[in-house]
Design a protein around this ligand. Structure first.
Ligand SMILES: [Zn+2]
Ligand SMILES: [Zn+2]
Length: 146
């Protein structure tokens, strides 16, 4: 995964006319460290473990700023749940239906998929695959079903 240095992060924010704040750094660093597509609430819990000084509003505004400059993207794999991803390069996702964990799947794995012919008038430009299943931390569920 492409990781930006703190210098690149602050330069990117500055280039787009956004302020560089400790919260924005902290949120970005947390996303990189976790790599598991957390929600804003999970990020807030993490940040407040070190120093209880972040509010939901600061985390949200940091996420919006990072999204705006293209350092972070929002991932919507469940209805009504926004998750965040510091991997902004094209990739797919695996979602465990047992524990809800979300993992990145390299783009190349599905490179051979052909975009289907859609009805006339629709022009396909990009696609993303979400694979659903069970992760290796959820074997009980798989056994219970078999
Ligand atoms: Zn799982
Ligand atoms: Zn991802």
């Amino acid at each position: 995964m492409q990781q930006y240095t703190s210098q690149q992060v602050s330069q990117t924010l500055k280039d787009k006319g956004l302020r560089v704040t400790p919260q924005r750094f902290a949120v970005y660093a947390n996303l990189l460290a976790r790599g598991d597509h957390p929600t804003a609430e999970q990020i807030l819990t993490d940040l407040n473990q070190d120093a209880p000084q972040s509010s939901q509003a600061t985390v949200y505004s940091a996420l919006q700023a990072l999204r705006k400059v293209g350092l972070v993207r929002e991932v919507l794999l469940e209805e009504g749940v926004s998750r965040y991803d510091a991997n902004v390069r094209p990739h797919h996702h695996f979602r465990c239906r047992g524990c809800g964990a979300i993992e990145d799947i390299p783009w190349d794995l599905f490179q051979s998929i052909q975009l289907p012919d859609l009805r006339p008038g629709l022009r396909a430009e990009r696609y993303e695959v979400t694979v659903e299943g069970l992760c290796d931390r959820c074997p009980e569920l798989a056994e219970a079903e078999s």
